[in-house]
Design a protein around this ligand. Structure first.
Ligand code: K1U
Ligand code: ZN
Length: 167
């Protein structure tokens, strides 16, 4: 089991746009396994490769209570979306901060699985929220960037204070 270091906001590397995976190789599969170990250990319900400083379109998610329903999305693309939902989101790169974000309620996503085979998934509820949150990481966007300027300024001050007390 290999645990990867998760970048902490406001690390500039979280704003990197990930490249598409050209082929699902053993190296990509090793990354997926290490990302899953890191997500379960954190603990979290999702993780994007961007968060572990690997800038490729790879996501792992497990929103089950049993932690045995790993979903791997490589090169994900949302092909349809509808509705709106507000959900209080968290992020392993922004510890201790939970804020409501408005996103699509229903999405259809196409992606490659760990074998490099394409699949299509209809998602709603927490799974749809989590997929959209993780896909934002792949384009260099962190959920706090949906908040007002004032809230973002307050949050940066809070995080600085938190980081000072940890050091
Ligand atoms: O950092 C991340 O991208 C992972 C993030 C995913 C997420 C959570 C909530 C809404 C949208 C996206 C997390 O996993 S934060 C931790 C968390 O939510 C959680 C941790 C343990 C048990 C249950 C939830
Ligand atoms: Zn996140």
């Amino acid at each position: 089991m290999a645990l990867l270091r998760i970048l902490q906001y406001p690390d500039e590397r979280l704003h990197t746009v990930a490249a598409k995976v050209s082929e699902v190789t053993d190296e990509v599969r090793a990354l997926v396994h290490n990302m899953a170990d890191t997500m379960y250990a954190a603990p979290g319900i999702g993780l994007a490769a961007t968060q572990v400083d690997v800038h490729q379109c790879v996501i792992v998610i497990d929103t089950s209570n049993t932690h045995d329903q790993l979903l791997v999305l490589i090169n994900p693309e949302i092909t349809a979306s509808s509705g709106e939902s507000d959900y209080e989101e968290g992020c392993l790169s922004v510890p201790g901060i939970f804020e409501k974000v408005r996103r699509a309620e229903y999405i259809t996503v196409k992606a490659l699985n760990i074998n490099g085979d394409p699949f299509v998934l209809d998602a709603e509820g927490l799974l749809a929220v989590c997929i959209q949150h993780e896909m934002d990481h792949l384009i260099g966007k962190v959920f706090v960037e949906y908040l007002s300027r004032l809230k973002q300024t307050r949050l940066r001050a809070k995080l600085k204070k938190q980081q000072r007390t940890v050091m």
